[in-house]
Design a protein around this ligand. Sequence first.
Ligand code: 5GP
Length: 145
Amino acid sequence: MSLHGTYDDDNIFAKIIRGEIPAVKVYEDDVAIAFMDLFPQGEGHTLVIPKIPKARNFLELPGDYIGSFMQRVQTVAKAVEAALKPDGIVITQFNGAPAGQTVYHLHFHIIPRWEGKQLAGHGQSGQADPDDLEKVAVRIREALS
Ligand code: 5GP
C-alpha cells in the first residue's frame, strides 16, 4: 500500500470507531479513541486514533486537527505512565507499507518499556486474550479519571 491513496471506510480502525467490532478502549471523546493493541508488542501497548478525519497517515491529518489530536496522544501516554510505571515509553507511528504501516487509519503507538525487558518486533506478536488486555486497560482508565 502506497503512502497515499483512497481512504478505505472498511479498515479495521474505522470499524472500531463505528462500534462494528470490539476493542478494549481506555479513552474516547469527540477527537480521539484509544484502545489496547490486539497484538501487543509488550504489556500496555496502546493505540490512539483520530475519530473524525479520514486520514490514512500523519501526513494526511488536517493541520487544524493536529493540536487537539496530539494532546490526546499525550494524555493517554501520561495515563499509561501513571498506571504502569514503565522506565520509558516509545511513541511512534508508521506512514505507508514500506515504513511498516499495516492499518490505513492514522494511529500512534504508545509502548511502555522496562529496563532489561525485551519487546516483540513490530507486527511480530501473537493475538492477546482480551481479558488480559482488559486487566491492563482498567488501570489506564483509572489513571485517566
Ligand atoms: P501499524 O502496523 O499500521 O503501525 O499498526 C497497526 C496496529 O494495529 C498493529 O500494532 C496491530 O497489532 C494492531 N491491530 C491490528 N488489528 C487490530 C484489531 O483488530 N484490533 C486492535 N485493537 N488492534 C489491531
